[in-house]
Design a binder for this molecule. Structure first.
Ligand code: FMN
Length: 482
């Protein structure tokens, strides 16, 4: 993951960040994190740091910035010295547009005041199981179920013992027993308490019951001179863990599948400084690699020289020539699916100069060309290690469908993705593509289907192609993202 050095930013950007972070009482780094989060979530915080909220607004700060809560958490604050950190946790969760309803144990109220908690959460707080005001409609059940996650921070030894043993004699423990939501505990206690045999038993039981734990961390204790494991995780760690648990599970239909992809052009040397190349940018192959990775596949991308960053989570082998590409492709086998999107040069120079070719009075040196290995045909016709699904690309400038159909037959692959790369289409090097998926019927190989897709971005083509692969390999439908 890349890191950002604030110092190196433009003066104008730094001034903006300083003003905005001062206004929001955050560090500059925190402010950058919040801005990035908002960008990803499409949040509409005004970009001027001092833009005033509408004069009539009575909404909470998160509502004022146009943010609808994305999730809700019931936060149980236990009676430990780390309870002060739960105040920061409330803020961190609200920054993430998470609604927080807080429950304080009797002991917790010795460490933080209900007033501070309710001021930060912008909600009334809950303390009593036998509270006629909230129990008229079984308030403890609502607190247990009308949320997406229950977080306990700090989780005291006492609260963990109660939950592990099914006690429900106060509001916090009754909620923990009555909930059907995931529970995240952030334990905090003295290292001797944490290592006590009873606590160890309770923790093991809670883990068996599917309760999730974050921390505790190791470090200095509040008690003078004591250190060890028992410090509650930092608020930001707990908020991040909670956010992760709140995210809907991402479908990973290609989990366990190995996908081999080629992309980009090849460079065929003429001499040590010159080469024959083509205009392929590699964007389509890289987009397919990213889409396959997002679908859960293990992806190996063999790329010719391109100007693109490696897609995250993908193993990338960088090569120059067609022969190197074939070598890397063969080394990457076996694979379940192979997608050959690279624009491999058909020919290379037979008489490659060992030194830079010089102009001479004899005129231009004759360049003799020889055929390069045909990667698609070689892999499609393998007797053993042939991937069960082999997909080629056909870049044509005329007779697109006919040429692609005959390529499908000639090469022995299963599908061809045909695209028109005439200069007028702007496909080579551009961001959009219009493709036709030409495939053999699984039952009757002689039957060819042509599926013509509308013009799309290369990312959309990649997602659509991966959706077709998922359907073919697993029989399941994957809704292509719009
Ligand atoms: C000053 C002080 C600090 C305490 N800190 C902790 C702590 O960090 N972790 C813990 O498990 N218990 C701690 N305790 C003990 C709990 O407050 C006690 O077990 C209480 O019954 C917990 O109640 P609860 O689990 O309902 O919140 C502390 C007690 C005192 C007096």
């Amino acid at each position: 993951m890349a890191s950002l050095t604030i110092r190196k930013l433009d003066e104008g950007v730094k001034t903006y960040l300083r003003l905005r972070s001062a206004k929001n009482r955050r560090s500059v780094e925190e402010e950058v994190r919040v801005i990035l989060g908002e960008l990803i979530e499409g949040r509409e915080e005004p970009l001027t740091p001092f833009a005033a909220p509408p004069a009539t607004s009575t909404a909470s700060p998160s509502q004022r910035i146009g943010a609808v809560p994305v999730a809700s958490i019931t936060l149980i604050i236990g009676g430990g010295i780390a309870a002060y950190k739960s105040l920061d946790l409330i803020r961190r969760l609200k920054e993430r547009r998470i609604e927080v309803r807080c429950v304080l144990t009797k002991a917790a109220q010795q460490f933080v005041t209900p007033l501070a908690v309710s001021a930060l959460s912008h909600e009334r707080i809950y303390t009593d199981l036998f509270d006629p005001q909230s129990e008229f409609d079984a308030g403890h059940i609502r607190l247990a179920r009308d949320c997406d996650l229950v977080v306990v921070a700090p989780a005291t030894a006492d609260l963990m013992a109660k939950l592990a043993n099914g006690h429900a004699d106060d509001l916090a423990s009754a909620i923990l027993l009555a909930t059907n939501r995931k529970i995240l505990l952030a334990p905090a206690m003295n290292p001797l308490m944490w290592n006590n045999a009873a606590t160890r038993r309770n923790v093991a039981q809670l883990q068996r019951d599917g309760v999730m734990l974050i921390g505790p961390n190791s470090g200095e204790m509040a008690e003078a001179g004591e250190a060890g494991v028992g410090r509650m995780s930092e608020a930001i760690e707990i908020a991040t863990a909670a956010e992760r648990l709140l995210r809907p599970p991402v479908p990973r239909p290609l989990a366990g599948k190995r996908v081999l992809i080629t992309a980009g052009p090849t460079h065929e040397p003429i001499d040590p400084v010159r080469y024959i190349a083509n205009r392929s940018s590699g964007k389509q192959g890289f987009a397919i690699a990213a889409a396959a990775q997002a679908a859960g596949a293990e992806v190996i991308l063999v790329s010719g020289p391109v100007d693109l960053g490696d897609p995250q989570g993908v193993t990338v082998k960088h090569v120059e020539s067609a022969r190197q590409m074939l070598e890397q492709v063969q080394a990457a086998l076996p694979a379940d699916i192979a997608i050959f999107a690279a624009a491999v040069a058909d020919w290379r120079v037979a008489n490659e100069g060992e030194q830079k070719l010089k102009k001479t009075s004899a005129g231009m040196p004759p360049l003799q060309l020889v055929e390069n290995p045909d990667i698609l045909a070689t892999i499609s016709k393998l007797a053993d290690k042939r991937p069960p699904l082999v997909i080629g690309f056909a870049a044509e400038t005329e007779h697109l469908i006919d040429n692609a159909k005959s390529k499908l037959a000639r090469k022995g692959c299963d599908w061809i993705v045909a695209n028109d790369v005439s200069p007028a289409t702007g496909v080579m090097g551009g961001d959009r593509n219009t493709v036709h998926l030409i495939s053999k019927n699984a039952e009757n190989n002689a039957e060819i289907t042509v599926d013509s897709w509308p013009v799309m971005t290369k990312e959309q083509v990649a997602i659509e192609l991966v959706a077709h692969i998922v359907k073919s390999v697993t029989g399941k439908s994957l809704e292509p993202a719009s």
